[in-house]
Design a protein around this ligand. Structure first.
Ligand code: NAP
Length: 246
């Protein structure tokens, strides 16, 4: 991670679960780490678990990735404060397990899943890319995908969640191809975990029985991808807890 020391990372969905773990790992590794989420006070609280020297590298900004103006404002603040972004971790995501595909009146929930998991990720990627290109930075964009982005699995109430993650798989390929076509040195990585013990998992007995990764395990995989040499691109990492059946 030496080449990222003192550089700037943006982590979306930084207030909880995988995003919170990534923020702490990046700050410990020496990156100026800007956490974005709606519950900004939870990002600020992440400093408390770290040595002061690492904690002061965490910046917290309120951002709703379903709102383009909110995304643009967050990237503008990062530009003004630090000049721009070197690493983007596209992690914000929702599942809305209280609605199925055919639940009456579910339109807003379906839109929220797609706006957060797909369009929010694309808009953050676009803004990060332009920041990196303007400063000739060989940056890195990491998409937190899911095994649900590679294979359908028959969980109840997945609504458009699986479709949103299949979209992340396609977007990762599209981005890699677009970057390659312009000889860009910016890397793109998709990280696809199986079940991870976070607030995203419904609090139901059938889930409690299943093997799960911890958020820290996924954060470790993201740091591994970031730490590879400039010519090495970890393109896709599927990570499952031992014993996962799907
Ligand atoms: N848990 C799993 O089993 C699992 C498996 C595979 C992949 N994933 C993926 O991992 C990523 C992180 O999820 P997690 O498991 O860590 O869940 P989590 O603990 O529920 O965290 C989700 C994060 O996304 C943020 N978020 C949601 N809507 C947002 C919005 N409109 N604007 C900004 N931030 C928003 C939340 O922050 P605020 O609510 O404060 O805004 C929160 O920080 C997601 O992309 C998820 O699909 C999770």
């Amino acid at each position: 991670m030496e080449r990222w020391v003192g550089k700037v990372a943006i982590v979306t969905g930084a207030s909880s679960g995988i995003g919170a773990a990534v923020v702490q790992r990046l700050a410990r590794a020496g990156m100026i780490t800007v956490g974005l989420a709606r519950r900004v006070e939870r990002i600020e609280a992440l400093r408390e678990d770290l040595p002061a020297e690492a904690g002061q590298r965490i910046q917290a900004h309120a951002c709703d990735v379903t709102d383009e103006a909110s995304i643009l404002a967050a990237f503008e603040i990062v530009k003004r404060q630090f000049g721009g972004v070197d690493v983007l971790i596209n992690n914000a995501g929702v599942a809305k397990p209280q609605v199925a595909l055919l639940t009456p009146g579910n339109t807003q929930d379906l839109r929220t899943v797609l706006d957060t998991n797909v369009l929010g990720l694309v808009l953050c990627t676009r803004e990060a890319y332009h920041s990196m290109r303007a400063r000739a930075v060989a940056g890195h964009i990491v998409n937190v995908n899911s095994i649900a982005g590679h294979k359908y699995f028959a969980f109840p109430n997945l609504n458009v969640y699986g479709a949103s993650k299949y979209a992340v798989t396609a977007i990762t390929e599209t981005l890699r191809n677009d970057l390659r076509n312009e000889n860009s040195k910016i890397k793109v990585t998709s990280i696809s975990p199986g079940l991870v013990r976070t607030e995203l998992i419904p609090d139901m007995p059938e889930f409690h029985r299943l093997p799960m990764l911890e958020a820290e395990d996924v954060a470790g995989a993201i740091l591994y991808a970031l730490g590879t040499p400039p010519h090495v691109q970890v393109h896709e990492l599927i990570i499952k807890p031992v014993g996962e059946s799907f």
